[in-house]
Design a protein around this ligand. Structure first.
Ligand code: AHR
Length: 491
């Protein structure tokens, strides 16, 4: 039995809704087919955006979408993606499969998608192969309401009013595919580019995100903070997990055993250490916690599904991924004093997706349902909470329970718990300080670690009402099965 304490008197940071954000790149079938099918498609769509995927994303209250990359962002020239589609320049998507990109999904289409989703836009600019002028023109095109060459061009292309750009990323992985720069080189580029990201409407500030480290590259973070702390608002961080054997083989998404399962979870739980060590550096240079940590790429990365283009990064998604999502989201909640946005990679058909498509068919993955269970945390207040934990997975030594609790504006407590053990359930005895419970509703996502949905069986893994608990005035006792994610709504 584990003791679980929630303290509503200990109100911590606000859990930004943007922690529940997504990432969509011109990669494989994420944008084309996954989100955008074109107006002439037989797949039901509104202005080219497929309705099933848009509705599913609205249901999990997608708060923000990052676009156009990823590595693609640093070879994307936005002007190629505006104006009449038949005249748009074609390019080779050199990073992702060498396919021809026809630029039929560009700036106007991206904002149309955000408007349909009701989410904020996070644009990633091109530092690797672009210019300051190109980036500066893009910002003017998107956000300037007056008379100027770029605003006039936008109007000529059918959009009168500017759009709102909440976040703007200055380069992507500039330590790798975005230019292979040294931190000293990038920070000089950052200072220059950032200067020319103009706020054309003082009420609509564009939040600048500097390209931060690859996972545990603390040196990168330190150089950026030493040389540009006062000019940075958000610092990005990328961290992927997945099994990796000595040959560099990433392992398969559905065909794995308990050893692979715990090996992947081991890599996943490293996120906590990585966040903590970057946060320690941030606390040193920015003790007032002005700078946000933006985990704008995270998730599990496996071998591609057999018979698919290796450059398309298409993988299935199981209960293992649901556990990984729940571990990460609980950790992000707990670090929400610094982590103010996160974007799972990637929304549809690429890496740890929430939806997969096959022609007109769509399935929702176990990861999708974790976002659905956790959606009530968006914009709530993190509460102090603690569980008497233990370890599972033998030598992998994985923390058994990942949890977080928050308080919504109407005084409801949301608690989400993941049991990482693939074989052992356990009783949880929860006590809530100074709170009289009138009702508890709960939902559970559970199954065997390899369980997943297929296009022939889309309902194999989905949340169900959870009733295996008894309520007291000041808490509850619940019987949690192995490999599960549970959400309690406590009033
Ligand atoms: O998400 C896939 C790729 O992973 C992105 O394009 C890149 O930023 C990262 O290396």
């Amino acid at each position: 039995m584990k003791k679980y304490l929630i303290n509503p008197n200990q109100k911590l940071s606000k859990i930004s809704r943007d922690i529940y954000g997504h990432f969509s790149e011109h990669l494989g079938r994420c944008i084309y087919e996954g989100l955008y099918v074109g107006e002439d498609s037989e797949i039901p769509n509104v202005k080219g955006m497929r309705c099933d995927v848009v509705n599913a994303l609205k249901e999990i209250r997608i708060p923000v979408l990052r676009w156009p990359g990823g590595c693609f962002a640093d070879e994307y020239h936005w002007m190629d993606g505006i104006g009449p589609k038949e005249k748009r320049k074609k390019m080779v998507n050199t990073h992702w499969g060498g396919v021809t990109e026809d630029n039929s999904f560009g700036t106007h289409e991206f904002f149309e998608l955000c408007e349909q989703l009701g989410c904020e836009a996070y644009i990633n600019g091109n530092v690797g192969s672009g210019t300051v002028r190109e980036m500066c023109d893009w910002v003017e095109y998107m956000t300037f309401d007056g008379i100027s060459a770029m605003a006039d061009l936008r109007r000529k292309n059918g959009r009168d009013k500017p759009w709102r750009v909440k976040y703007f990323g200055i380069g992507n992985e500039t330590w790798g595919c975005g230019g292979h720069m040294l931190p000293e080189d990038y920070v000089a580029e950052y200072r220059k580019y950032e200067t020319y990201i103009r706020d054309y409407d003082s009420n609509k500030h564009i939040f600048r995100v500097a390209c931060g480290p690859d996972s545990d590259n603390y040196h990168w973070t330190e150089v950026l903070l030493q040389k540009a702390e006062s000019r940075i608002e958000g610092l990005s961080l990328h961290y992927y997990c997945g099994p990796m054997n000595h040959e560099g083989d990433r392992g398969h998404a559905t065909d794995f055993d308990a050893d692979d399962y715990y090996g992947t979870l081991k890599r996943s739980e490293k996120i906590e250490e990585i966040l903590t060590r970057h946060e320690n550096l941030l606390d040193h240079y920015d003790p007032k916690k002005r700078i946000a940590l933006i985990v704008d790429e995270w998730g599990a990365w496996y071998k591609v599904e057999k018979g698919t283009n290796p450059g398309f990064l298409y993988q299935q998604n199981t209960m293992r991924d649901a556990i990984i999502a729940a571990m990460n989201l609980n950790v992000f909640n707990k670090h929400s004093d610094r982590v103010r946005m996160a974007n799972i990679a990637q929304t549809v058909n690429v890496l740890q997706s929430v939806a997969l498509t096959d022609g007109e068919k769509m399935l929702l993955t176990p990861t999708y349902y974790v976002f659905k269970l956790f959606r009530e945390h968006q914009d709530s207040t993190l509460l102090g909470s603690f569980i008497t934990n233990s370890k599972v997975g033998g030598e992998y030594n994985i923390t058994k329970f990942y949890e977080s609790a928050s308080l919504t504006d109407d005084g409801t407590i949301i608690s989400t718990i993941a049991n990482t053990s693939e074989s052992e359930g356990e009783t949880i005895d929860c006590q809530i300080a100074d709170f009289r419970i009138s009702s508890i509703e709960a939902e559970i996502l559970s199954g065997d670690m390899n369980d997943h949905n297929t296009f022939d069986d889309t309902e194999n893994v989905k949340p169900k009402p959870f009733t295996d608990f008894t309520v007291r005035a000041d808490g509850f006792t619940a019987e949690l099965p192995a490999c599960c994610v549970v959400r309690f709504i406590i009033k």
